[in-house]
Design a protein around this ligand. Structure first.
Ligand code: SAH
Ligand code: SF4
Ligand code: F3S
Length: 478
């Protein structure tokens, strides 16, 4: 893997800081999209703070507003244009600096539209995140708009400052990009080719987090269980030695899980998103063996119809997906699943949709993220002729949602009386009389208790269910 040298770029952090000195400037970040974008935003915040800005949640107070964009579905685009329309007046009134970054900026037609119709100072992309300070500096000094988008691939950026949102749970990006090219999906075009961070960089980051008191780590990537695959294949071709950390060669996701599991201080390990096609036995066994690894697995289904899956380029059939679930249920005690489902992919018939409902009924997912298919410019599915009318898409979405809600109630009932070791996250945002934590399966639990429990893992018995949360009682600890 090629690590980009960013020392020159980082020098601009100091330069911006100098011109900002004594001005008491504030920044606001608006983040759209997935956890990878949220993790990128933590790096944007890290850079902004080092440049002398302090964070404000109130856009009206901000001297610098940064939009970190997503383009996975059309509604994300509409949202950004709405926001850019709103900020225009503020910029005219007090010269607010506007920076727009993220996935949507990797789409030429969007950048063209923004250049033509909206006000901004800096546009950066997914490959130029580290150049944000330099671009900002040039925009301020030269008083002109800077657009800094490149389309390179295979680069890894290390060493950006980071300001994390939380002090107990942290996300760690382990790979960038995607090589799967599911036919509906824009991500491979805007995030570039799949490339993995070096295991020693990941392990060192997590060890540092453990020392700072972090308890829960989420490993992030578009296809985490193919971690190091591209690098492994390259190494094989050139007969290179692969990476070694503490004498364990970490050249696969299974080995990475085991290595993270050995880090003292970390108590829970999660990961998103794996791809069903890469769920090899070594990964299943690592999940089973590693006591800290969550047994709640996100396993994106997308569709239950083998025909639609083929058209989506998902490379598995309905039966293979169900067999994988069965195998995991046999090998990993108490394993539970969440999933992503798209309704209304081009050519989806009533029968295909029923196949999706059938898989949902069989697997009884704990959580389903449901999406209406959205045409993305430049993807193969956008060019398919058999697009599904909006009305049918919405009807199918509602039917899936109804089935899901029925199942949540059923799943919830099975929790009553069970005991869960919960990491206490803090007071509940919706009811400050209660503490809150999540089960391994991401169910929100609220329970009575005091400050001293925050950050600790305590046993909680579930006493009642309320569709979107469960109520529990802390058991006496000895
Ligand atoms: N790499 C991850 C997630 C990618 S984006 C994975 O493969 O699971 C998150 C989810 O958005 C996808 O799982 C998919 O369900 C949904 N999605 C992606 N493109 C979409 C589109 N064009 N229309 C509707 N949903 C989409
Ligand atoms: Fe998109 Fe498929 Fe890659 Fe996920 S695996 S990011 S859905 S192309
Ligand atoms: Fe969106 Fe980019 Fe994530 S398109 S879903 S923010 S990778």
């Amino acid at each position: 893997m090629t690590k980009t040298d960013i020392n020159e770029e980082l020098e601009y952090i100091e330069k911006v800081k100098k011109i900002n000195e004594g001005k008491n400037l504030k920044y606001n970040v608006f983040t759209m999209g997935c956890q990878l974008n949220e993790n990128d935003s933590e790096k944007i915040c890290g850079m902004a703070e080092k440049m002398g800005y302090t964070k404000t949640e109130n856009i009206a107070d901000a001297d610098l507003v940064i939009y970190n964009t997503c383009c996975v579905r059309e509604n994300a685009e509409e949202k950004l244009f709405g926001k850019l329309g709103e900020i225009k007046k503020q910029k005219e009134a007090k010269g607010t600096i506007i920076a727009i970054g993220g996935c949507m900026m990797q789409e030429q037609h969007i950048v063209d539209k923004i250049k033509k119709s909206y006000k901004y100072d800096v546009i950066f992309g997914t490959h130029t995140l580290h150049k944000f300070p330099k671009d900002l500096y040039n925009a301020i000094m030269e008083n002109k708009r800077i657009t800094d988008i490149i389309d390179i691939d295979g680069e890894i950026i290390e060493g950006l400052p980071i300001k994390r949102e939380d002090n107990i749970r942290a996300s760690v990006t382990i790979m960038n990009g995607c090589n799967n090219f599911c036919t509906y999906c824009i991500v491979p075009y805007v995030r570039g080719r799949e490339r993995s961070r070096a295991p020693e960089d990941i392990i060192n980051e997590i060890k540092g987090l453990a020392q700072m008191g972090y308890k829960e780590i989420t490993l992030l990537g578009q296809n985490v269980n193919s971690y190091m695959r591209v690098e492994r294949e390259k190494a094989k071709a050139s007969m290179q030695e692969s990476n070694e950390v503490n004498n364990i060669k970490i050249d696969s996701f299974a080995k990475l899980l085991r290595a993270v599991n050995n880090i003292d201080g970390i108590e829970k390990i999660r990961f998103v998103s794996p791809h069903p096609k890469d769920f090899t036995d070594d990964v299943i066994e690592a999940i089973r063996d590693c006591e800290k690894v969550s047994k709640f697995i996100h396993l994106p289904l997308q569709s239950g119809s083998t025909k639609v899956l083929k058209a989506m380029n998902r490379v598995y059939t309905k039966e293979q997906y169900l067999n994988l679930v069965k195998k995991m249920q046999e090998k990993i005690p108490n394993v539970k699943f969440s999933t992503d489902i798209i309704v209304g992919f081009p050519g989806e018939t009533e029968e295909d949709f029923e196949d999706t409902l059938d898989v949902v009924k069989q697997v009884k997912f704990e959580q389903i993220f449901m999406f209406i298919y959205s045409r993305r410019v430049g993807t193969p599915a956008d060019k398919m002729e058999n697009q599904i009318p909006e009305e049918i898409k919405h009807k199918r979405f509602d039917r899936l949602k109804a089935l899901y809600e029925e199942q949540i109630e059923e799943n919830n009932k099975a929790y009553i009386g069970t005991v869960h070791n919960l990491l206490v996250e803090g007071y509940s945002k919706t009811n400050s009389n209660f503490l809150t934590g999540r089960t391994d399966s991401n169910k929100v639990i609220i329970f009575e208790g005091n400050d001293s429990l925050i950050g600790k893992v305590v046993p909680v018995k579930i006493v009642s269910e309320h569709l979107w949360y469960l109520k529990g009682e802390v058991l006496e600890t000895k």
